[in-house]
Design a protein around this ligand. Structure first.
Ligand code: ARG
Length: 478
């Protein structure tokens, strides 16, 4: 876009003003450089509005035909780049009205009847988001697929499970990977819940009070793929809950990706060595030839900051705004577009990284029992012998203390030393000092045993299909 386009600027509000706007005002006011991406949605809404005006007797059949043809032509010209906004166009609505006037002359000026940029922009942004949320959902499903595919390979792979980033108890690495899938599935559910609440159409609210012209907001809503028309014209143009709520969902996705990203950074470190990245999804250093860095995981972690910032900026902008429309609300768009762009950028990269990474089973198997992760097995074995857990915990603690002092494993303590710690500690206790046995002993649904993990995997694989289907739905009509 540039002033060089040389198009004659128009204004949608010139009548009562004696001169043009000051340069500083025009520059501050300008939004077309970012809201231009709403053009396809504005045109879709315009098509419906034109038909409503015709039904109301405000356009005759010939005028409607010419209007719809001009809108089609303008849409094609926008898509090909032959029609472009200029800096003379304050916003997307102004630019498109200019395009219509260029094609239709005075007839182009009839479309604005009963409509205001206030209800238009609220409608356009809802249409844009309902459309793009499905794209974000599709990218989330792809990441879920990649994690699930890796999890399926590692249902039986033991790994050290951690709390406080300290070895805690052995887990299945597949279980660990699936623990990153569930938040993403909740994100998908959140987006669909959001969509149901966002399916309310503001068009017909006009500036704030509705119109004296016989429009049909319910029909407009239906034709634009919404569930219903806004029940209150003032709320219709003031409400940006749908923006804030989307940005919260996006920020939480960012937080989930950052937690996964952080783990990948750890897993690929020399100290862990659990995962090896594919060369195509890793980066090197400009000075250290040996380096292989997990930049994608770090960027996933870092982008959470800007997603949270997008949410924060919109909430801060909205707080304390008097009803109804205020120009502050123009500031809702850049954070919204930024959040969509950010997710569309990060998700495919992370998906590629996850689906191509190699899990080092040998390293995981070796690490799983380290840090006395089987101590809880000992305590629970004592409980099965009738020892109260409180006492079992103390006895096992003494056993661990002895092993720490001797720098040996739990299974390396002699029969006599076991008996010295407690008469309850018979040599039989060694039967539970086995990582795979500890996993196999976990049979309750949701736990980390191979049985429940396989069941969990199957359930996730089947629920993800509903999200794949939803992500493929289309709401915005042509
Ligand atoms: N560009 C404006 C926005 O994004 C459109 C609505 C302008 N309305 C107005 N009354 N000035 O919010």
């Amino acid at each position: 876009m540039g002033a060089a386009d040389g198009a004659q600027g128009i204004r949608l509000w010139g009548g009562r003003f004696s001169g043009g706007p000051a340069e500083a005002l025009a520059r501050l006011s300008l939004s077309v450089h970012f809201d231009w991406r709403l053009a396809p949605y504005d045109l879709a809404a315009s098509r419906v509005h034109a038909r409503i005006l015709a039904d109301a007797g405000l356009l005759d059949a010939d005028e409607l035909g010419r209007m719809l043809a001009a809108l089609d032509d303008l849409e094609a010209a926008c898509a090909s780049g032959q029609f472009r906004p200029t800096v003379e166009d304050e916003d997307v609505h102004t630019a498109l009205e200019r395009g219509l006037l260029e094609r239709l002359g005075a007839l182009g000026g009839k479309l604005r009847a009963g409509r205001s940029r206030n209800d238009q922009v609220a409608t356009d942004l809802r249409l844009y988001l309902r459309d793009h949320v499905r794209g974000v959902a599709a990218r989330l499903v792809e990441l879920v697929d990649a994690l699930v595919e890796q999890a399926a390979r590692h249902v039986d792979t033991p790994a050290p499970g951690m709390t406080h980033l300290q070895h805690a108890q052995p887990v299945s690495f597949g279980h660990h990977l699936l623990a990153h899938v569930h938040p993403l599935i909740r994100d998908l559910a959140r987006l669909r819940d959001w969509d149901a609440r966002a399916a309310v159409c503001p068009l017909g609210a006009g500036a704030l009070a509705g119109s004296s012209l016989p429009l049909d907001p319910q029909r407009v809503a239906r034709e634009l793929g919404f569930e219903r028309a806004a029940p209150n014209s003032m709320d219709a143009v003031s409400d940006r809950d749908f923006v804030a709520e989307f940005l919260f969902a996006a920020a939480l996705i960012g937080v989930h990706l950052s937690r996964l990203g952080e783990e990948i950074v750890l897993w690929t470190s020399q100290e862990f060595g659990w995962v090896e990245l594919d060369d195509a999804f890793a980066t090197g250093s400009s000075i250290m030839p040996q380096k292989k860095n997990a930049d994608i995981a770090e960027l996933a972690r870092g982008k959470a900051g800007r997603l949270i910032g997008d949410l924060t900026s919109v909430l801060t902008m909205l707080k304390g705004l008097p009803l109804t429309y205020d120009r502050d609300m123009q500031e809702d768009k850049e954070p919204t577009f930024d959040a969509v762009d950010t997710l569309e950028l990060v998700l495919p990269a992370l998906t590629g990284l996850v689906s191509t990474m190699t899990v080092r089973v040998d390293r995981l198997v070796e690490a799983a029992p380290k840090g006395y992760t089987l101590a809880t097995e000992v305590a629970e074995w004592l409980v099965r012998q009738g020892v109260p857990f409180r006492e079992a915990h103390e006895i096992t603690g003494s056993l661990v203390a002895l092993c720490v002092a001797r720098e040996c494993g739990l299974d390396e303590v002699s029969d006599e030393d076991l008996a010295k710690i407690s008469p309850h500690l018979t040599p039989d206790v060694r039967s539970v000092l086995d990582v795979r046995g500890a996993l196999a002993a976990r049979t309750a649904p949701g736990s980390t045993g191979p049985g429940p993990v396989a069941e969990q995997l199957a359930e996730v694989q089947s629920t993800v299909e509903q999200w794949r289907e939803w992500a493929a739905t289309r709401v915005v009509p042509r």
